[in-house]
Design a protein around this ligand. Structure first.
Ligand code: DON
Length: 598
Protein backbone atom coordinates (compact mmCIF):
# COMPACT_ATOMS: atom_id res chain seq x y z
CA UNK A 1 0.00 0.00 0.00
CA UNK A 2 1.22 3.46 -0.83
CA UNK A 3 0.76 5.25 2.44
CA UNK A 4 1.78 8.62 1.15
CA UNK A 5 -0.67 8.77 -1.71
CA UNK A 6 -2.94 11.72 -1.27
CA UNK A 7 -5.66 11.64 -3.83
CA UNK A 8 -6.59 9.13 -6.46
CA UNK A 9 -10.13 9.62 -7.59
CA UNK A 10 -10.74 13.18 -8.52
CA UNK A 11 -14.21 14.39 -7.83
CA UNK A 12 -13.67 17.70 -9.56
CA UNK A 13 -16.44 18.21 -12.06
CA UNK A 14 -18.78 16.04 -10.03
CA UNK A 15 -19.55 18.80 -7.59
CA UNK A 16 -23.21 19.72 -7.67
CA UNK A 17 -23.56 23.30 -8.80
CA UNK A 18 -24.87 24.41 -5.43
CA UNK A 19 -21.58 23.67 -3.78
CA UNK A 20 -19.85 26.06 -6.13
CA UNK A 21 -22.15 29.01 -5.65
CA UNK A 22 -20.67 31.36 -3.14
CA UNK A 23 -23.25 34.10 -3.65
CA UNK A 24 -26.14 32.24 -2.17
CA UNK A 25 -23.87 30.99 0.50
CA UNK A 26 -23.03 34.51 1.55
CA UNK A 27 -26.66 35.59 1.38
CA UNK A 28 -27.87 32.88 3.65
CA UNK A 29 -24.92 32.39 5.89
CA UNK A 30 -25.89 34.62 8.76
CA UNK A 31 -29.40 33.21 8.90
CA UNK A 32 -28.05 29.72 8.82
CA UNK A 33 -25.49 30.40 11.49
CA UNK A 34 -28.26 31.66 13.68
CA UNK A 35 -30.51 28.73 12.92
CA UNK A 36 -27.98 25.98 12.84
CA UNK A 37 -25.12 26.82 15.11
CA UNK A 38 -26.97 26.79 18.39
CA UNK A 39 -28.68 23.41 17.99
CA UNK A 40 -25.55 22.02 16.35
CA UNK A 41 -23.44 22.87 19.34
CA UNK A 42 -26.08 21.55 21.69
CA UNK A 43 -25.96 18.28 19.75
CA UNK A 44 -22.19 18.10 19.82
CA UNK A 45 -21.66 18.49 16.09
CA UNK A 46 -19.49 20.86 14.18
CA UNK A 47 -20.71 24.15 12.78
CA UNK A 48 -22.63 23.60 9.56
CA UNK A 49 -21.77 25.43 6.40
CA UNK A 50 -24.48 27.44 4.71
CA UNK A 51 -27.12 25.52 2.82
CA UNK A 52 -27.03 24.71 -0.85
CA UNK A 53 -28.39 27.20 -3.34
CA UNK A 54 -31.08 24.71 -4.30
CA UNK A 55 -32.34 24.84 -0.74
CA UNK A 56 -34.53 27.88 -0.18
CA UNK A 57 -32.95 30.30 2.26
CA UNK A 58 -35.91 30.08 4.62
CA UNK A 59 -35.50 26.35 5.11
CA UNK A 60 -34.33 25.61 8.61
CA UNK A 61 -31.83 22.82 8.81
CA UNK A 62 -32.11 20.82 12.00
CA UNK A 63 -29.17 19.54 13.98
CA UNK A 64 -29.29 16.32 12.00
CA UNK A 65 -29.51 17.97 8.58
CA UNK A 66 -26.81 19.16 6.25
CA UNK A 67 -26.32 20.05 2.62
CA UNK A 68 -22.81 18.67 2.82
CA UNK A 69 -21.52 15.57 4.57
CA UNK A 70 -23.23 13.40 7.16
CA UNK A 71 -22.10 10.46 9.27
CA UNK A 72 -24.49 8.42 11.41
CA UNK A 73 -23.24 5.62 13.65
CA UNK A 74 -23.80 3.86 16.95
CA UNK A 75 -21.25 6.14 18.65
CA UNK A 76 -21.46 9.91 18.47
CA UNK A 77 -17.70 10.03 19.12
CA UNK A 78 -17.02 7.85 16.08
CA UNK A 79 -19.46 9.84 13.93
CA UNK A 80 -17.51 12.96 14.84
CA UNK A 81 -14.25 11.28 13.76
CA UNK A 82 -15.77 10.57 10.35
CA UNK A 83 -17.24 14.06 10.09
CA UNK A 84 -13.81 15.58 10.82
CA UNK A 85 -12.36 13.62 7.92
CA UNK A 86 -15.10 14.98 5.64
CA UNK A 87 -14.43 18.48 6.90
CA UNK A 88 -10.73 18.04 6.09
CA UNK A 89 -11.63 17.23 2.48
CA UNK A 90 -11.97 13.48 2.68
CA UNK A 91 -14.62 11.64 0.73
CA UNK A 92 -17.27 9.25 2.08
CA UNK A 93 -14.94 6.25 1.85
CA UNK A 94 -12.27 8.07 3.85
CA UNK A 95 -14.88 9.00 6.44
CA UNK A 96 -16.22 5.44 6.56
CA UNK A 97 -12.74 4.10 7.27
CA UNK A 98 -12.11 6.65 10.03
CA UNK A 99 -15.55 6.02 11.54
CA UNK A 100 -15.09 2.26 11.41
CA UNK A 101 -11.70 2.39 13.12
CA UNK A 102 -13.00 4.83 15.74
CA UNK A 103 -15.94 2.49 16.44
CA UNK A 104 -13.37 -0.25 17.11
CA UNK A 105 -12.34 1.90 20.10
CA UNK A 106 -15.56 3.52 21.28
CA UNK A 107 -18.11 0.79 20.46
CA UNK A 108 -16.41 -2.49 21.39
CA UNK A 109 -19.70 -4.39 21.28
CA UNK A 110 -19.40 -4.56 17.52
CA UNK A 111 -17.01 -1.93 16.23
CA UNK A 112 -13.92 -3.90 15.42
CA UNK A 113 -10.63 -4.69 13.81
CA UNK A 114 -10.97 -8.33 14.89
CA UNK A 115 -14.13 -9.07 12.89
CA UNK A 116 -15.40 -8.46 9.39
CA UNK A 117 -18.17 -7.01 7.30
CA UNK A 118 -19.30 -5.39 4.11
CA UNK A 119 -19.19 -1.97 2.47
CA UNK A 120 -21.55 -0.80 -0.27
CA UNK A 121 -20.50 2.30 -2.20
CA UNK A 122 -22.51 4.49 -4.56
CA UNK A 123 -20.48 7.09 -6.42
CA UNK A 124 -21.88 10.51 -7.28
CA UNK A 125 -22.33 9.43 -10.91
CA UNK A 126 -24.50 6.48 -9.92
CA UNK A 127 -21.93 3.71 -10.31
CA UNK A 128 -21.84 1.21 -7.46
CA UNK A 129 -19.56 -1.39 -5.99
CA UNK A 130 -19.16 -3.45 -2.83
CA UNK A 131 -16.29 -4.63 -0.71
CA UNK A 132 -16.45 -7.98 1.04
CA UNK A 133 -14.28 -8.18 4.13
CA UNK A 134 -16.10 -11.08 5.72
CA UNK A 135 -14.01 -13.36 7.91
CA UNK A 136 -12.56 -16.50 6.30
CA UNK A 137 -12.34 -19.98 7.77
CA UNK A 138 -8.78 -20.94 8.74
CA UNK A 139 -7.07 -23.65 6.66
CA UNK A 140 -7.63 -26.23 9.40
CA UNK A 141 -11.44 -25.85 9.17
CA UNK A 142 -13.72 -28.68 8.08
CA UNK A 143 -17.46 -29.33 7.79
CA UNK A 144 -17.49 -31.38 11.01
CA UNK A 145 -15.38 -29.04 13.12
CA UNK A 146 -18.29 -28.15 15.43
CA UNK A 147 -19.01 -31.78 16.30
CA UNK A 148 -17.70 -33.21 19.59
CA UNK A 149 -15.91 -36.50 20.20
CA UNK A 150 -19.23 -38.36 20.40
CA UNK A 151 -20.26 -37.07 16.99
CA UNK A 152 -22.85 -34.70 18.43
CA UNK A 153 -23.17 -31.09 17.35
CA UNK A 154 -21.62 -28.80 19.96
CA UNK A 155 -23.07 -25.31 20.23
CA UNK A 156 -20.21 -24.42 22.50
CA UNK A 157 -17.55 -25.33 19.90
CA UNK A 158 -19.60 -23.52 17.27
CA UNK A 159 -19.92 -20.25 19.17
CA UNK A 160 -17.91 -20.04 22.38
CA UNK A 161 -14.38 -21.31 21.79
CA UNK A 162 -11.34 -20.07 19.92
CA UNK A 163 -12.22 -22.36 17.00
CA UNK A 164 -15.24 -20.09 16.47
CA UNK A 165 -12.86 -17.30 15.43
CA UNK A 166 -12.64 -16.58 11.71
CA UNK A 167 -9.67 -14.84 10.10
CA UNK A 168 -10.54 -11.16 10.61
CA UNK A 169 -11.26 -9.07 7.53
CA UNK A 170 -11.89 -5.50 8.68
CA UNK A 171 -8.39 -4.06 8.32
CA UNK A 172 -7.92 -5.63 4.88
CA UNK A 173 -11.33 -4.34 3.85
CA UNK A 174 -10.59 -0.80 4.91
CA UNK A 175 -7.14 -0.94 3.28
CA UNK A 176 -8.72 -2.14 0.03
CA UNK A 177 -11.38 0.57 0.23
CA UNK A 178 -8.67 3.16 0.75
CA UNK A 179 -6.38 1.97 -2.03
CA UNK A 180 -9.22 1.91 -4.56
CA UNK A 181 -11.52 4.72 -3.54
CA UNK A 182 -10.01 6.77 -0.73
CA UNK A 183 -8.64 10.23 -1.24
CA UNK A 184 -6.80 11.13 1.98
CA UNK A 185 -3.60 9.79 3.38
CA UNK A 186 -4.17 6.45 5.15
CA UNK A 187 -2.40 7.61 8.31
CA UNK A 188 -4.80 10.51 8.71
CA UNK A 189 -7.74 8.07 8.71
CA UNK A 190 -6.27 5.81 11.39
CA UNK A 191 -4.92 8.57 13.61
CA UNK A 192 -8.29 9.55 15.16
CA UNK A 193 -8.75 5.97 16.40
CA UNK A 194 -5.18 5.92 17.70
CA UNK A 195 -5.84 9.09 19.65
CA UNK A 196 -9.09 7.77 21.11
CA UNK A 197 -7.37 4.58 22.27
CA UNK A 198 -4.14 6.14 23.54
CA UNK A 199 -5.54 9.34 25.08
CA UNK A 200 -8.80 7.71 26.08
CA UNK A 201 -12.36 8.90 25.79
CA UNK A 202 -15.17 9.62 28.20
CA UNK A 203 -17.35 6.56 28.58
CA UNK A 204 -20.92 7.33 27.52
CA UNK A 205 -24.00 5.91 29.27
CA UNK A 206 -24.70 3.19 26.72
CA UNK A 207 -21.19 1.78 26.78
CA UNK A 208 -21.03 1.87 30.58
CA UNK A 209 -24.27 -0.13 30.77
CA UNK A 210 -23.15 -2.53 28.08
CA UNK A 211 -19.83 -3.27 29.79
CA UNK A 212 -21.64 -3.77 33.11
CA UNK A 213 -23.93 -6.29 31.45
CA UNK A 214 -21.20 -8.23 29.71
CA UNK A 215 -18.73 -8.52 32.59
CA UNK A 216 -19.25 -12.25 33.16
CA UNK A 217 -18.59 -13.02 29.53
CA UNK A 218 -15.43 -10.93 29.27
CA UNK A 219 -14.15 -12.03 32.69
CA UNK A 220 -13.41 -15.48 31.23
CA UNK A 221 -10.41 -13.88 29.53
CA UNK A 222 -7.80 -12.04 31.67
CA UNK A 223 -6.82 -9.70 28.82
CA UNK A 224 -10.46 -8.69 28.34
CA UNK A 225 -10.96 -8.04 32.02
CA UNK A 226 -7.78 -5.97 32.15
CA UNK A 227 -8.72 -3.92 29.08
CA UNK A 228 -12.35 -3.10 29.81
CA UNK A 229 -12.63 -3.09 33.64
CA UNK A 230 -11.07 -1.04 36.41
CA UNK A 231 -9.43 -3.51 38.79
CA UNK A 232 -12.04 -5.99 37.66
CA UNK A 233 -14.98 -3.66 38.30
CA UNK A 234 -17.10 -1.88 35.70
CA UNK A 235 -16.31 1.71 34.80
CA UNK A 236 -18.99 4.33 35.35
CA UNK A 237 -20.31 6.63 32.66
CA UNK A 238 -18.08 9.69 32.68
CA UNK A 239 -14.90 7.73 33.49
CA UNK A 240 -12.10 7.88 30.92
CA UNK A 241 -11.28 4.62 29.13
CA UNK A 242 -7.72 4.26 27.84
CA UNK A 243 -6.96 1.22 25.67
CA UNK A 244 -3.17 1.18 25.45
CA UNK A 245 -2.62 -2.20 23.77
CA UNK A 246 -5.30 -1.42 21.21
CA UNK A 247 -3.63 1.95 20.66
CA UNK A 248 -0.32 0.25 19.85
CA UNK A 249 -2.03 -2.13 17.41
CA UNK A 250 -3.72 0.81 15.72
CA UNK A 251 -0.35 2.58 15.50
CA UNK A 252 1.05 -0.44 13.67
CA UNK A 253 -1.95 -0.34 11.31
CA UNK A 254 -1.49 3.41 10.89
CA UNK A 255 2.20 3.02 10.05
CA UNK A 256 2.15 -0.19 8.00
CA UNK A 257 -1.35 -0.45 6.54
CA UNK A 258 -2.78 -3.96 6.32
CA UNK A 259 0.63 -5.43 7.09
CA UNK A 260 0.38 -3.80 10.51
CA UNK A 261 -2.36 -6.31 11.28
CA UNK A 262 -1.78 -9.41 9.14
CA UNK A 263 2.00 -9.71 9.59
CA UNK A 264 4.60 -8.72 12.18
CA UNK A 265 3.83 -8.08 15.83
CA UNK A 266 0.02 -8.07 15.60
CA UNK A 267 -0.02 -11.35 13.70
CA UNK A 268 2.42 -12.84 16.20
CA UNK A 269 0.13 -11.86 19.07
CA UNK A 270 -2.93 -13.31 17.31
CA UNK A 271 -1.17 -16.63 16.69
CA UNK A 272 0.00 -16.74 20.32
CA UNK A 273 -3.61 -16.12 21.41
CA UNK A 274 -4.75 -18.99 19.18
CA UNK A 275 -2.17 -21.32 20.66
CA UNK A 276 -3.19 -20.36 24.18
CA UNK A 277 -6.91 -20.75 23.48
CA UNK A 278 -6.85 -23.78 21.17
CA UNK A 279 -7.83 -21.78 18.07
CA UNK A 280 -7.00 -22.59 14.47
CA UNK A 281 -5.70 -19.37 12.92
CA UNK A 282 -2.07 -19.52 11.76
CA UNK A 283 0.36 -16.90 10.49
CA UNK A 284 -0.29 -18.25 6.99
CA UNK A 285 -4.06 -17.81 7.38
CA UNK A 286 -3.51 -14.21 8.40
CA UNK A 287 -1.06 -13.38 5.63
CA UNK A 288 -3.39 -15.01 3.09
CA UNK A 289 -6.55 -13.10 4.02
CA UNK A 290 -8.12 -11.38 1.02
CA UNK A 291 -10.78 -8.69 1.00
CA UNK A 292 -12.73 -8.79 -2.27
CA UNK A 293 -14.52 -6.33 -4.47
CA UNK A 294 -17.80 -7.67 -5.83
CA UNK A 295 -20.50 -6.14 -8.01
CA UNK A 296 -23.49 -4.97 -5.97
CA UNK A 297 -26.71 -6.94 -6.11
CA UNK A 298 -29.39 -4.70 -7.59
CA UNK A 299 -33.13 -4.60 -7.80
CA UNK A 300 -35.97 -2.14 -8.21
CA UNK A 301 -39.03 -1.32 -6.16
CA UNK A 302 -41.70 0.93 -7.69
CA UNK A 303 -39.08 2.92 -9.57
CA UNK A 304 -36.56 3.05 -6.72
CA UNK A 305 -33.18 1.43 -7.33
CA UNK A 306 -32.10 -0.94 -4.56
CA UNK A 307 -28.36 -1.52 -4.18
CA UNK A 308 -27.00 -3.97 -1.62
CA UNK A 309 -24.54 -6.70 -0.72
CA UNK A 310 -24.33 -9.93 -2.76
CA UNK A 311 -23.25 -13.33 -1.31
CA UNK A 312 -21.59 -14.30 0.91
CA UNK A 313 -24.20 -12.07 2.48
CA UNK A 314 -27.72 -13.29 2.03
CA UNK A 315 -29.07 -9.85 2.86
CA UNK A 316 -29.24 -8.09 -0.48
CA UNK A 317 -30.66 -11.08 -2.34
CA UNK A 318 -33.32 -11.78 0.27
CA UNK A 319 -34.36 -8.14 0.58
CA UNK A 320 -34.72 -7.72 -3.18
CA UNK A 321 -36.63 -11.00 -3.36
CA UNK A 322 -39.06 -9.73 -0.70
CA UNK A 323 -39.45 -6.34 -2.37
CA UNK A 324 -40.21 -8.05 -5.69
CA UNK A 325 -42.93 -10.12 -4.08
CA UNK A 326 -44.40 -7.10 -2.28
CA UNK A 327 -44.43 -4.95 -5.41
CA UNK A 328 -47.42 -7.01 -6.56
CA UNK A 329 -49.64 -5.75 -3.73
CA UNK A 330 -51.17 -2.38 -2.89
CA UNK A 331 -49.44 -1.95 0.46
CA UNK A 332 -50.28 1.71 0.79
CA UNK A 333 -54.00 1.00 0.79
CA UNK A 334 -53.47 -1.81 3.26
CA UNK A 335 -51.80 0.68 5.63
CA UNK A 336 -48.52 0.57 7.50
CA UNK A 337 -48.43 -2.26 10.08
CA UNK A 338 -52.07 -3.16 9.41
CA UNK A 339 -52.97 -6.86 9.66
CA UNK A 340 -53.02 -7.21 5.86
CA UNK A 341 -49.68 -5.43 5.49
CA UNK A 342 -48.02 -7.52 8.20
CA UNK A 343 -49.46 -10.69 6.71
CA UNK A 344 -48.13 -9.97 3.22
CA UNK A 345 -44.72 -8.85 4.46
CA UNK A 346 -44.50 -11.94 6.67
CA UNK A 347 -45.32 -14.27 3.79
CA UNK A 348 -42.64 -12.64 1.64
CA UNK A 349 -40.14 -13.04 4.51
CA UNK A 350 -41.08 -16.69 4.94
CA UNK A 351 -40.32 -17.44 1.28
CA UNK A 352 -37.10 -15.45 1.05
CA UNK A 353 -35.71 -17.04 4.21
CA UNK A 354 -36.51 -20.51 2.92
CA UNK A 355 -34.51 -19.82 -0.24
CA UNK A 356 -31.75 -18.22 1.82
CA UNK A 357 -31.34 -21.37 3.91
CA UNK A 358 -31.31 -23.55 0.86
CA UNK A 359 -29.09 -21.66 -1.55
CA UNK A 360 -26.85 -18.98 -0.12
CA UNK A 361 -23.18 -19.68 0.50
CA UNK A 362 -19.78 -18.22 -0.31
CA UNK A 363 -19.86 -17.61 -4.09
CA UNK A 364 -16.21 -18.66 -4.30
CA UNK A 365 -17.34 -22.16 -3.26
CA UNK A 366 -20.98 -22.55 -4.32
CA UNK A 367 -23.09 -20.86 -6.96
CA UNK A 368 -26.15 -19.25 -5.36
CA UNK A 369 -28.79 -18.62 -8.08
CA UNK A 370 -28.77 -14.87 -7.49
CA UNK A 371 -30.27 -13.90 -10.86
CA UNK A 372 -33.23 -16.21 -10.38
CA UNK A 373 -33.83 -15.31 -6.75
CA UNK A 374 -33.83 -11.58 -7.51
CA UNK A 375 -35.92 -11.79 -10.68
CA UNK A 376 -39.41 -10.34 -11.02
CA UNK A 377 -40.53 -13.59 -12.73
CA UNK A 378 -39.58 -15.69 -9.71
CA UNK A 379 -41.39 -13.25 -7.43
CA UNK A 380 -44.50 -13.66 -9.57
CA UNK A 381 -44.28 -17.43 -9.07
CA UNK A 382 -43.86 -17.04 -5.33
CA UNK A 383 -46.77 -14.61 -5.11
CA UNK A 384 -49.03 -17.31 -6.52
CA UNK A 385 -48.24 -19.45 -3.48
CA UNK A 386 -49.41 -16.77 -1.04
CA UNK A 387 -52.96 -16.90 0.31
CA UNK A 388 -53.88 -13.29 1.04
CA UNK A 389 -56.05 -14.30 3.98
CA UNK A 390 -54.20 -17.23 5.49
CA UNK A 391 -50.73 -17.85 6.86
CA UNK A 392 -48.69 -20.51 5.09
CA UNK A 393 -47.05 -23.20 7.16
CA UNK A 394 -43.26 -23.48 7.20
CA UNK A 395 -42.31 -27.12 6.93
CA UNK A 396 -39.05 -28.20 8.40
CA UNK A 397 -36.39 -30.10 6.75
CA UNK A 398 -34.40 -26.95 7.21
CA UNK A 399 -34.42 -24.42 9.97
CA UNK A 400 -32.88 -21.14 10.85
CA UNK A 401 -30.68 -20.79 13.90
CA UNK A 402 -31.39 -18.34 16.67
CA UNK A 403 -27.87 -17.91 17.91
CA UNK A 404 -27.06 -14.36 16.99
CA UNK A 405 -27.39 -11.66 19.57
CA UNK A 406 -28.25 -8.19 18.37
CA UNK A 407 -24.71 -6.90 18.37
CA UNK A 408 -23.37 -6.02 14.99
CA UNK A 409 -23.23 -2.40 13.93
CA UNK A 410 -24.20 -0.40 10.90
CA UNK A 411 -23.18 3.12 9.91
CA UNK A 412 -23.96 5.38 7.00
CA UNK A 413 -21.93 8.13 5.36
CA UNK A 414 -22.72 10.67 2.64
CA UNK A 415 -20.21 13.29 1.56
CA UNK A 416 -20.74 16.73 0.08
CA UNK A 417 -20.45 15.36 -3.46
CA UNK A 418 -23.10 12.72 -2.94
CA UNK A 419 -20.79 9.74 -2.58
CA UNK A 420 -22.55 7.30 -0.26
CA UNK A 421 -21.07 4.50 1.84
CA UNK A 422 -23.06 1.93 3.75
CA UNK A 423 -21.09 -0.28 6.14
CA UNK A 424 -22.24 -3.13 8.35
CA UNK A 425 -19.54 -4.99 10.26
CA UNK A 426 -19.49 -7.28 13.23
CA UNK A 427 -17.77 -9.50 15.72
CA UNK A 428 -20.90 -11.74 15.44
CA UNK A 429 -22.03 -11.87 19.11
CA UNK A 430 -21.80 -8.77 21.30
CA UNK A 431 -18.05 -8.40 22.04
CA UNK A 432 -17.55 -11.42 19.73
CA UNK A 433 -16.01 -14.35 21.52
CA UNK A 434 -15.35 -12.05 24.47
CA UNK A 435 -11.61 -12.62 24.17
CA UNK A 436 -9.20 -9.74 23.76
CA UNK A 437 -5.96 -10.76 22.03
CA UNK A 438 -3.46 -10.46 24.88
CA UNK A 439 -0.98 -7.71 24.14
CA UNK A 440 -2.85 -6.54 21.05
CA UNK A 441 -5.92 -5.20 22.85
CA UNK A 442 -8.68 -6.02 20.38
CA UNK A 443 -11.63 -8.38 20.62
CA UNK A 444 -11.86 -11.52 18.51
CA UNK A 445 -14.95 -12.44 16.53
CA UNK A 446 -16.88 -15.71 16.86
CA UNK A 447 -18.08 -15.54 13.26
CA UNK A 448 -17.48 -19.23 12.49
CA UNK A 449 -20.83 -19.70 14.25
CA UNK A 450 -22.44 -18.45 11.05
CA UNK A 451 -21.38 -21.62 9.25
CA UNK A 452 -23.84 -24.48 9.49
CA UNK A 453 -23.30 -26.51 12.67
CA UNK A 454 -23.24 -30.04 11.31
CA UNK A 455 -23.71 -31.30 7.75
CA UNK A 456 -27.18 -32.77 7.33
CA UNK A 457 -28.38 -31.65 10.75
CA UNK A 458 -31.49 -29.57 10.25
CA UNK A 459 -33.78 -29.55 13.24
CA UNK A 460 -36.51 -27.72 15.03
CA UNK A 461 -34.07 -25.99 17.39
CA UNK A 462 -33.02 -23.86 14.49
CA UNK A 463 -30.01 -25.58 12.97
CA UNK A 464 -29.48 -25.75 9.22
CA UNK A 465 -27.53 -28.60 7.67
CA UNK A 466 -27.55 -27.67 3.99
CA UNK A 467 -24.35 -28.01 2.00
CA UNK A 468 -24.03 -24.46 0.75
CA UNK A 469 -22.82 -23.12 4.09
CA UNK A 470 -20.66 -25.79 5.73
CA UNK A 471 -17.19 -24.74 6.87
CA UNK A 472 -14.28 -25.34 4.52
CA UNK A 473 -10.75 -23.95 4.46
CA UNK A 474 -10.74 -20.39 3.19
CA UNK A 475 -14.52 -20.18 2.92
CA UNK A 476 -16.64 -17.25 4.08
CA UNK A 477 -19.66 -17.98 6.28
CA UNK A 478 -23.10 -16.79 5.14
CA UNK A 479 -24.14 -13.46 6.58
CA UNK A 480 -27.42 -11.61 6.92
CA UNK A 481 -25.79 -8.19 6.91
CA UNK A 482 -27.60 -5.92 4.48
CA UNK A 483 -25.84 -2.61 3.97
CA UNK A 484 -28.07 -0.92 1.42
CA UNK A 485 -28.45 2.19 -0.69
CA UNK A 486 -31.62 3.40 -2.41
CA UNK A 487 -31.64 5.80 -5.35
CA UNK A 488 -34.31 7.20 -7.65
CA UNK A 489 -33.98 8.83 -11.06
CA UNK A 490 -30.21 8.73 -10.67
CA UNK A 491 -30.25 10.48 -7.30
CA UNK A 492 -29.28 9.15 -3.92
CA UNK A 493 -32.26 8.72 -1.56
CA UNK A 494 -31.35 6.51 1.40
CA UNK A 495 -28.29 4.91 2.98
CA UNK A 496 -29.24 2.26 5.52
CA UNK A 497 -28.45 -1.07 7.15
CA UNK A 498 -28.74 -2.72 10.55
CA UNK A 499 -27.38 -5.22 13.05
CA UNK A 500 -29.54 -8.01 14.42
CA UNK A 501 -28.61 -11.42 13.01
CA UNK A 502 -31.31 -12.69 10.72
CA UNK A 503 -33.59 -9.82 11.72
CA UNK A 504 -31.17 -7.56 9.83
CA UNK A 505 -32.67 -8.34 6.45
CA UNK A 506 -36.18 -7.66 7.65
CA UNK A 507 -35.21 -4.49 9.49
CA UNK A 508 -33.60 -3.06 6.36
CA UNK A 509 -36.56 -4.17 4.25
CA UNK A 510 -38.92 -2.24 6.52
CA UNK A 511 -36.80 0.92 6.64
CA UNK A 512 -36.77 0.84 2.83
CA UNK A 513 -40.54 0.25 2.67
CA UNK A 514 -41.20 2.97 5.23
CA UNK A 515 -39.43 5.52 3.05
CA UNK A 516 -40.32 4.34 -0.46
CA UNK A 517 -43.87 3.09 0.10
CA UNK A 518 -45.08 5.25 2.96
CA UNK A 519 -42.98 8.39 2.49
CA UNK A 520 -41.94 8.51 6.14
CA UNK A 521 -39.21 10.92 7.20
CA UNK A 522 -36.06 9.02 8.07
CA UNK A 523 -36.37 9.33 11.85
CA UNK A 524 -39.89 7.83 11.74
CA UNK A 525 -38.84 5.21 9.17
CA UNK A 526 -36.09 4.09 11.54
CA UNK A 527 -38.15 4.34 14.73
CA UNK A 528 -41.30 2.56 13.50
CA UNK A 529 -42.06 -0.82 15.06
CA UNK A 530 -40.85 -3.72 12.94
CA UNK A 531 -41.78 -7.30 12.39
CA UNK A 532 -39.68 -10.40 11.82
CA UNK A 533 -40.28 -13.84 10.37
CA UNK A 534 -37.49 -16.13 9.25
CA UNK A 535 -39.43 -19.08 7.86
CA UNK A 536 -38.55 -21.33 10.75
CA UNK A 537 -39.20 -21.21 13.61
CA UNK A 538 -42.64 -20.47 12.17
CA UNK A 539 -43.23 -17.45 14.32
CA UNK A 540 -44.06 -13.80 13.64
CA UNK A 541 -42.27 -11.43 16.03
CA UNK A 542 -43.48 -7.86 16.46
CA UNK A 543 -41.18 -5.36 18.14
CA UNK A 544 -42.09 -3.87 21.51
CA UNK A 545 -45.77 -3.16 21.76
CA UNK A 546 -45.69 -2.01 18.16
CA UNK A 547 -49.26 -2.83 17.11
CA UNK A 548 -52.63 -2.83 18.87
CA UNK A 549 -54.12 -6.00 20.33
CA UNK A 550 -56.75 -6.01 17.56
CA UNK A 551 -53.99 -6.38 14.95
CA UNK A 552 -52.50 -9.30 16.83
CA UNK A 553 -55.91 -10.95 17.03
CA UNK A 554 -56.48 -10.45 13.30
CA UNK A 555 -53.09 -12.00 12.51
CA UNK A 556 -53.74 -14.93 14.81
CA UNK A 557 -57.08 -15.47 13.12
CA UNK A 558 -55.17 -15.79 9.83
CA UNK A 559 -53.08 -18.55 11.37
CA UNK A 560 -49.96 -16.67 12.45
CA UNK A 561 -48.20 -17.47 15.69
CA UNK A 562 -47.42 -14.01 17.03
CA UNK A 563 -44.81 -13.09 19.60
CA UNK A 564 -44.80 -9.52 20.88
CA UNK A 565 -41.76 -7.84 22.37
CA UNK A 566 -38.06 -7.83 21.73
CA UNK A 567 -36.10 -5.27 19.83
CA UNK A 568 -34.67 -5.34 16.33
CA UNK A 569 -31.45 -3.73 15.16
CA UNK A 570 -30.28 -0.15 15.21
CA UNK A 571 -30.55 1.09 11.63
CA UNK A 572 -28.39 4.23 11.54
CA UNK A 573 -29.49 5.78 8.27
CA UNK A 574 -29.32 8.90 6.11
CA UNK A 575 -31.99 10.29 3.81
CA UNK A 576 -31.26 12.70 0.98
CA UNK A 577 -34.16 14.75 -0.34
CA UNK A 578 -34.62 16.09 -3.85
CA UNK A 579 -32.90 19.36 -2.89
CA UNK A 580 -29.83 17.53 -1.64
CA UNK A 581 -30.53 17.98 2.06
CA UNK A 582 -29.09 15.03 3.97
CA UNK A 583 -31.00 14.09 7.10
CA UNK A 584 -29.31 11.82 9.59
CA UNK A 585 -31.47 9.18 11.18
CA UNK A 586 -29.60 7.82 14.20
CA UNK A 587 -31.59 4.93 15.59
CA UNK A 588 -32.47 5.80 19.17
CA UNK A 589 -32.55 2.14 20.08
CA UNK A 590 -28.76 2.71 20.50
CA UNK A 591 -28.20 5.07 23.44
CA UNK A 592 -24.84 6.44 22.34
CA UNK A 593 -25.77 6.90 18.67
CA UNK A 594 -25.14 10.18 16.93
CA UNK A 595 -25.37 11.99 13.64
CA UNK A 596 -22.45 14.29 12.84
CA UNK A 597 -22.89 16.78 10.06
CA UNK A 598 -20.27 18.61 8.12
O1 DON B 1 -23.20 -11.89 9.62
C1 DON B 1 -24.24 -12.06 10.22
O2 DON B 1 -25.32 -12.13 9.70
C2 DON B 1 -24.20 -12.15 11.72
N1 DON B 1 -22.94 -12.64 12.18
C3 DON B 1 -24.50 -10.84 12.26
C4 DON B 1 -24.51 -10.92 13.74
C5 DON B 1 -25.38 -9.93 14.29
O3 DON B 1 -26.01 -9.14 13.66
C6 DON B 1 -25.44 -10.01 15.73
N2 DON B 1 -26.09 -8.92 16.18
N3 DON B 1 -26.53 -8.01 15.74
Amino acid sequence: MNLSRIRRSSTAGLLPPFLLTSQTRARSSSLVRALVLVPALAFGVACSRPPASSVPANVVLSETQSTRGMVVSASAIASNAGRDVLAAGGNAVDAAIATGLALAVTYPTAGNIGGGGFMVIRFPDGRTTTLDFREMAPAASSPNMFVDSTGAYSASRHHNTHIAVGVPGTVAGFALAHSKYGSREWKSLVEPAVRLAVDGFVIPEGLAGSLRGTRNKLARYPASLAAYYKNGEPYAAGDRLILSDLGRTLERIRDNGRDGFYTGETARLIVAEMERGGGLITAKDLAGYQAKERPAVRGTYRGFEIISMPPPSSGGVAMIQMLNILEGYDLKSAGHNSPRYIHLVTESMRRAFRDRAQHIGDPDFVKPPVDKLTSKAYATELRKTIDENRASVSRATELVADYESDETTHYSVVDANGMAVSVTYTLEAGYGLGAVVAGAGFLLNNEMGDFNGKPGLTDSTGLIGTAANVARPGKRMVSSMTPAIVAKDGKLVVVTGSPGGRTIINTVLQVVLNVTEFGMPIDSAVAAARIHHQWLPDRLSIEGDGVPASTVSALEAMGHTVRMGGRQGTAHSIHVDSRGVRTGGPDKRDRDAGAAKQ
